[in-house]
Design a protein around this ligand. Structure first.
Ligand SMILES: Cc1cc2nc3c(=O)[nH]c(=O)nc-3n(C[C@H](O)[C@H](O)[C@H](O)COP(=O)(O)O)c2cc1C
Length: 331
């Protein structure tokens, strides 16, 4: 299989994507501030956290907050749900509010999502999944894409068949996470199995699962024959990582303290102070784990739990400035 260069553009229908590294949708992580930073540092494409379709139509504040995409071009919104009507209505709302691409979640293994028979549960009901996809495609004029796993379990690896059927009703890109639903996040992603989807479709394919380094990114593309790579967990604590994999310069080590404080302030502004403090905790923890692992546990706990933004700003700058890892590359 021939491989593509990650720093070259590609098309999703009429939408141009500037390179081939995509930041994965991650609920609780890829909110607007995180996506804005990832895009600023060179990610080709960023995707919202999944937006519950029915809740969006019924005006749930959290769904509307997840829909935001200021400054992102293209702006890709992921919808979840099991009812074709609500999915179509939600897709119309997303398009009217600036979405350039609508992605359908058929990969999430979480019980909360599959309990409502959405996410990866839809892979067990391909006919129903198709009716959701068709309704969504018909509802909007922007490209519709689908993100799925290899199948429900190893006895039902139906991603190639579902992807081909999705393409036949107008889907313009497929993303595959190389695990089954029953694997959750266990074991390792099967990059070779994604190639079976490559052989079943002609629209662009994005390969996903366990990509950390540049070598991983090159290898998943080579083994799967995909057009682009999607990275999720390896971006935690470094929103610039997708861009770096695509060849953009990561921030310099000496710029990290002010960048991280900027991210913190963006979160407080996006959510409001009280909710923002709560959302910021995990990011602060990831930053410290990755870039200042020598931080004393007591100070880390204090940074993550204090309600005083001024203290966080001071303490983060101090922890990142004085760490032993200062010789390490930020990326
Ligand atoms: C915290 C977390 C939240 C996630 N939320 C979503 C989501 O909202 N929609 C979705 O399609 N996948 C979601 N995923 C799955 C990721 O998009 C991705 O498929 C998975 O993490 C594998 O890629 P990785 O190994 O690069 O992390 C989530 C994963 C994590 C770890």
């Amino acid at each position: 299989m021939t491989s593509v260069a990650l720093d070259t553009p590609f098309q999703i229908g009429t939408v141009r994507v500037r390179n081939r590294v995509v930041l994965a949708p991650m609920s609780g992580v890829t909110d607007l501030p995180f996506r804005q930073l990832a895009f600023r540092f060179g990610a080709g494409l960023v995707v919202t956290e999944m937006v519950a379709s029915r809740e969006l139509v019924h005006n749930a504040a959290e769904s509307w907050s997840r829909l935001k995409g200021a400054g992102l071009n293209p702006h890709m919104v992921q919808l979840a749900g099991r009812d074709p009507h609500w999915m179509a209505e939600a897709a119309k709302i997303a398009e009217a509010n600036g979405a350039d691409i609508i992605d359908i979640n058929m990969g999430c293994p979480a019980k909360k999502v599959i309990g409502g028979y959405a996410g990866s549960a839809l892979m067990r009901e391909p006919d129903h999944a198709l009716s959701i996809i068709e309704a969504t495609v018909k509802a909007v004029s922007v490209p519709v894409t689908v993100k799925m796993r290899l199948g429900w379990d190893h006895s039902s690896l139906n991603a190639p068949e579902l992807a081909a059927r999705a393409e036949s009703v107008g889907v313009q890109l497929i993303t595959v996470h190389g695990r089954t639903r029953m694997q959750f996040y266990e074991g390792s992603a099967d990059w070779d199995a994604i190639a079976d989807v490559r052989n079943a479709i002609t629209v662009p394919l994005v390969a996903n699962g366990d990509v950390d380094t540049s070598d991983d990114a090159t290898e998943i593309i080579r083994r799967s024959g995909a057009d682009a790579v999607m990275v999720g967990r390896s971006s935690q604590g470094r929103p610039w990582h997708a861009g770096a994999l695509a060849g953009a310069a990561p921030p310099r080590r000496e710029d990290l303290p002010s960048l991280i404080v900027e991210h913190y302030e963006m979160m407080l502004a996006h959510y409001g102070r009280e909710v923002g403090l709560r959302h910021a905790r995990k990011h602060l923890g990831w930053y410290l784990d990755r870039h200042a692992p020598e931080t004393p546990p007591g100070l880390k706990a204090e940074i993550m739990t204090t309600k005083d933004p001024a203290f966080v700003t001071r303490a983060m700058k101090q922890a990142l400035g004085s760490t032993q890892t200062s010789k390490r590359e930020a990326a």
